[in-house]
Design a protein around this ligand. Structure first.
Ligand code: SF4
Length: 369
């Protein structure tokens, strides 16, 4: 335990507030490496309401750690106030005991809790994984829906726990490649794609609805046919029927790490060229984010839709990260019945079948808070 340290008290990284002109490939050095776990005393609410809801819709998020052990090169969390700085992973073990009283103290219990908006709930850190399982158990035991969003390793105990509460639990798994070399470059601490697919299969076998997110789509790299078609085929083979696809946006906070990751594979300069002239949107607390030019995004997504069809999968995207692009691939298919006594439609603007904000969680899109 670090005396006096609190998750909230640590110097936050500045929020992104860059203007369009400031969003360019930066030349600052990147800082990478497996974050070191520091036990801290946590302050502030455990559960954060989804952005714009102030808890009214009952959708909340919880992060067990500040920082993420997976340290992906494209992670937007670096640009949020919750990022504790490079190489840091802050964790309060008492969160497990605190969750029950925290819910009891709320005016109304959450309807749905997303783990985790700004971290991964299944990092390669036993203590954190154990805490995740206990918190999920507590939430499900109270009849609260759980959406577990991860790029981490899904083991049988995780799938078994989620599967023990049909209608209450769902999972969303991010994966963009089966290629070890790409995975090592972009998400070196995450399990390889094939391993994540095994996790998806285990979840499906346990009866857990899974939303697969093809994220990040990096133009000219992970969006290439030779990368995606084998992945889509493999997903179809294990029983996945539809996937959600989003192109990566650029944001100053993670550009240095992304650039450093792409340089050895010769893609850093090309990426800068591909985003040249792309629109800038303000995305929640991230501030200004730069996107691939509309024509490139539209063409790329159309190609991916057709490859999905080739593999027998429906590929969807939505306005959450593409405010200038109509929904492609149709409306989200209905999620399996959940908490039948409290039905809710998907959130406006969400392309997620689980009604979570588009791209929510696990650092590839918008956090709910
Ligand atoms: S993208 Fe997700 S898994 Fe990767 S570092 Fe960010 S929060 Fe963690």
């Amino acid at each position: 335990m670090t005396e006096g340290a609190t998750i909230e008290a640590l110097s936050p990284a500045p929020s992104a507030s860059a203007s369009a002109s400031a969003i360019a490939i930066l030349a600052e050095p990147a800082s990478r490496g497996r974050p070191r776990l520091t036990r801290v005393r946590r302050r502030g609410p455990l559960l954060r309401p989804a952005r714009g809801e102030a808890g009214r819709g009952g959708l909340f998020g919880i992060d067990l750690t500040a920082g993420c052990a997976l340290d992906c090169a494209f992670c937007y969390v670096r640009g949020t106030p919750r990022y504790p700085g490079p190489g840091r992973l802050l964790f309060d073990p008492r969160v497990v005991e605190a969750i029950g009283p925290a819910i009891d103290a709320m005016e109304a219990p959450p309807r749905r809790v997303v783990l985790s908006p700004s971290s991964d709930p299944l990092p390669p850190v036993r203590e954190v994984r154990r805490a995740t399982l206990r918190i999920v158990e507590e939430l499900l035991g109270r009849g609260i829906e759980v959406v577990l969003m991860t790029r981490g390793r899904v083991t049988r105990d995780v799938a078994g726990l989620l599967g023990s509460a049909p209608g209450l639990s769902r999972a969303a798994v991010g994966v963009a490649t089966l290629r070890r070399s790409l995975s090592r470059a972009l998400e070196p601490m995450a399990p390889p794609g094939l391993r994540r697919l095994r996790g998806i299969a285990t979840l499906l076998e346990a009866g857990v609805p899974v939303e697969v997110r093809l994220e990040p789509l990096i133009a000219g790299l992970t969006d290439a046919r030779e990368n995606l078609l084998p992945l889509l085929r493999e997903l179809g083979r294990i029983g996945v029927q539809d996937v959600l696809a989003h192109y990566a946006f650029l944001q100053p906070a993670f550009l240095p790490t992304l650039r450093a990751a792409l340089e050895p594979i010769g893609h850093a300069e090309r990426l800068a060229d591909l985003y040249e002239g792309g629109p800038v949107f303000s995305l929640g607390e991230l501030g200004a984010t730069k996107h691939l030019p509309l024509a490139s995004r539209r063409e790329g997504l159309a190609r991916i839709l057709s490859w999905g069809a080739e593999a027998g999968l429906l590929v969807r995207t939505g306005p959450g990260q593409n405010p200038d692009l109509p929904r492609l691939g149709g409306d989200p298919p209905p999620a399996p019945p959940a908490a039948a006594d409290r039905p809710r439609p998907a959130r406006a603007g969400s392309s997620s079948r689980f009604g979570t904000p588009a791209g929510a969680g696990s650092g590839t899109g918008l956090p709910p808070g």
